[in-house]
Write a protein that binds this ligand. Structure first.
Ligand code: ADP
Length: 219
């Protein structure tokens, strides 16, 4: 069953989030103090109301505590973002996600009751830096400071070789968990004798340092 989300603050981040959640068939209510923002998102977000999220009475009358997740996507106005989390917590919202601009801002948001704090600008900067440094990495998921999962676009060096010939596990201490073919279908735990084709993508898991060695070899 789809969840009910409320997104407070339809700036660049909030509106993109609300649109994506709507596209995936969730019930989404967009809330903004500024009427123009509600109008701009009318088609993509469908349900929108003009309201001030620091106003406890206004939030109460929207039934904000009945939403499964409420996201505070207010950016520049730090005071309003912190106060909004206080109000939502006070009203008993089950799951509050809040966007922070800085570490200090994030710390305060957690202290006043945000269950999750997100740092979209910081995270996006890191992802783009990673992409610039390693163009063959399509996607990566950091599992811990030590381990990651990466999707690696294979180079001409590797094309045509079988997984057993490459022997990635023994040489790099990295495990191949899947191959994504050019038609986007995915083969989990591919057979060792599978020969890699041009445009295949390897999904690998390992220590960050070991993954870097594999990247150099694949370059
Ligand atoms: P971004 O950096 O993601 O574009 P902005 O700070 O520009 O974020 O946008 C934040 C949005 O939050 C704006 O549309 C603004 O009108 C809205 N906003 C600010 N304060 C409140 C509030 N108290 N209640 C509801 N919406 C608010």
């Amino acid at each position: 069953m789809s969840k009910q989300y409320a997104v407070i603050g339809l700036g660049r981040f909030g509106s993109s989030l609300a649109q994506s959640l709507t596209q995936e068939d969730n019930e989404v209510l967009g809330i903004d103090i500024n009427e123009e923002r509600i109008e701009e998102n009318r088609e993509a977000v469908r349900h929108g109301v003009i309201a001030d999220s620091t106003d406890e009475q206004a939030m109460k009358s929207l039934g904000i505590r009945n939403f499964d997740v409420v996201i505070v996507a207010i950016g520049d106005n730090m005071q309003a973002s912190i106060l909004s989390v206080v109000v939502l917590k006070e009203l008993g919202v089950k799951h509050i996600v809040a966007k922070a601009l800085s570490k200090h801002h994030g710390l305060i948001l957690s202290k006043v009751g945000a269950d999750d704090v997100v740092y979209p600008e910081r995270d996006m900067g890191q992802r783009i830096a990673q992409k610039l440094m390693s163009p063959s990495i399509i996607e990566f998921i950091k599992l811990s400071d030590e381990y990651s999962i990466e999707e690696v676009r294979i180079s001409a060096n590797i094309t045509g070789k079988s997984l057993i010939e490459l022997d990635i596990r023994a040489r790099f201490n990295v495990n191949v968990i899947a191959v994504r073919y050019s038609n986007n279908s995915v083969k989990i735990s591919p057979e060792p004798d599978y020969r890699l084709k041009e445009d295949d993508v390897l999904v690998v898991i390992g220590k960050n340092d070991d993954l870097k060695e594999l990247e150099k070899f694949n370059a």
